[in-house]
Design a binder for this molecule. Structure first.
Ligand code: CAA
Length: 249
């Protein structure tokens, strides 16, 4: 079975990061016109150069996903440039790990704003168009740690668990209009975010993964591409784990 997303338009947040980059490229491989946002101009410049070398034409826009008005502008600009958004992948996310006794209000609110409020900020601006056109896919990239919690991640786990609550509610609101809303919960994937965990702690975590290794960004992107397809139209409100068997629910 070949997934064909020819002429679909996808907005993937956080496309310059490890998982986001793989998602952008696989959606483009399947035929989508793809856009992403970024915050860091210098990182984005290098990423764009690499994309060009690899033969990808992915539009990048500087935008802050934690800002509701900025998200409205981003959506309008993408739609003007490459067409109405059919597929929204809420992938942008950060960590600010600290045990609760040490966590500052800033560490709490930055993570909630960027990981969770962004999902509202963007989905709110695309959902009407999707339901009116009778097709849409919203795919929220959550985390194993939203399902099971993790020492030092009360902010991150709350944001990621919140994403799936949002998924389940909105999935019911739009199910009759050809729009699906799903969550993917990756486990520990070989990205800069995971590599930033101190090595000793990271090795202890890897030892708890039955597959015995970290996941690859492409292994998450395959699922995104499938969920974006017509073939996945009966999958709605699901939370799909991709974690090498580390957590089963
Ligand atoms: N396991 C067991 N106990 C732990 C622990 C751990 N991982 N981390 C801390 N503790 C214990 C300490 O031993 C200490 O116990 P005592 O007071 O009895 O000695 C207690 O908790 C308090 O520790 P601190 O507040 O001093 O914690 P810290 O400042 O040393 O560091 C931490 C805590 C920053 C959270 C560190 O443990 C850490 O980086 N953990 C990794 C968190 C993690 O997995 N992040 C994932 C990032 S990747 C990602 O999020 C992607 C994804 O979606 C999967």
């Amino acid at each position: 079975m070949k997934i064909d997303l020819t002429d679909k338009v996808a907005l993937v947040t956080g496309g310059t990061g490890g998982i986001g980059d793989a998602i952008c490229k696989q959606l483009a491989d399947a035929g989508c016109r793809v856009a992403t946002n970024y915050r860091n101009e210098e990182k984005a410049r290098k990423w764009k150069e690499q994309c060009k070398k690899d033969g990808y034409d992915i539009r990048g826009y500087q935008s802050d996903v934690s800002d509701f008005a900025a998200c409205e502008t981003l959506v309008k600009t993408v739609e003007k440039d490459i067409g109405p958004i059919d597929i929204l992948v809420n992938n942008a996310g950060i960590t600010k790990d600290a045990t609760l006794r040490k966590m500052t209000p800033d560490q709490w609110s930055m993570v909630i704003n960027i990981n969770l409020n962004s999902v509202f900020n963007l989905t709110r601006h695309v959902i009407e168009g999707m339901t009116q056109r009778g097709f849409g896919r919203v795919i929220n990239i959550s985390s194993i740690n939203g399902q099971k919690g993790q020492i030092g991640q009360s902010n991150y786990a709350a944001s990621k668990a919140g994403m799936h609550g949002f998924t389940m509610a909105v999935a019911q609101e739009v199910a009759r209009k050809g729009v699906t809303v799903n969550t993917i919960s990756p486990g520990y994937i070989a990205t800069d975010m995971v590599m930033a965990v101190p090595e000793e702690i990271r090795n202890k975590i890897i030892a708890t993964i039955p597959a015995g290794r970290l996941g690859e960004p492409e292994e998450v992107a395959y699922m995104v591409t499938f969920l974006a397809s017509e073939q996945a139209s009966f999958i709605n409100g699901a939370d799909i784990s991709i974690n090498g068997g580390q957590h089963m629910c």
